[in-house]
Design a protein around this ligand. Structure first.
Ligand SMILES: [Zn+2]
Length: 122
């Protein structure tokens, strides 16, 4: 089964290891890329940031549960117009990810001056 899987893998995925436990096959993969497109602006980045592991439970094959453990990379986006808030925070020595900044914005109650607006028809 591993040989079949290896032939069907994306050319950027490298099979590192696999092992069988009872009715579960675990496959460890690494995504080998030298660059990737930023998910926010589409600019290609060649500057790696960090790596992380994502675990995916796939559909069973021949009554075996399949777990994929994939080593992935994060990349810096050097596009000047992309996610400026994160870059500004970093320059101010207040490192915060774009997810943290978005969560702060979502959780902030914003007072509206709508009632005092000269454009309000109340
Ligand atoms: Zn970007």
């Amino acid at each position: 089964m591993i040989e079949i899987l290896q032939r069907r893998l994306d050319m950027n995925l490298k099979l590192l290891h696999s092992f069988q436990e009872d009715h579960r096959l675990t496959i460890i993969l690494e995504l080998e890329t030298k660059s990737t497109a930023c998910p926010y602006c589409g600019h290609f980045s060649t500057r790696p940031h960090s790596s992380y592991i994502r675990s995916v439970h796939d559909l069973p094959i021949h009554d075996q549960e399949i777990t994929l453990i994939i080593h992935l990379h994060k990349w810096f986006c050097d596009q000047k117009s992309c996610l400026q808030a994160e870059k500004v925070c970093h320059r101010l020595h207040m490192p915060a990810s774009h997810d943290t900044l978005l969560n702060l914005i979502k959780n902030t109650e914003i007072q509206s001056d709508h009632e005092n607006s000269p454009f309000c028809s109340h």
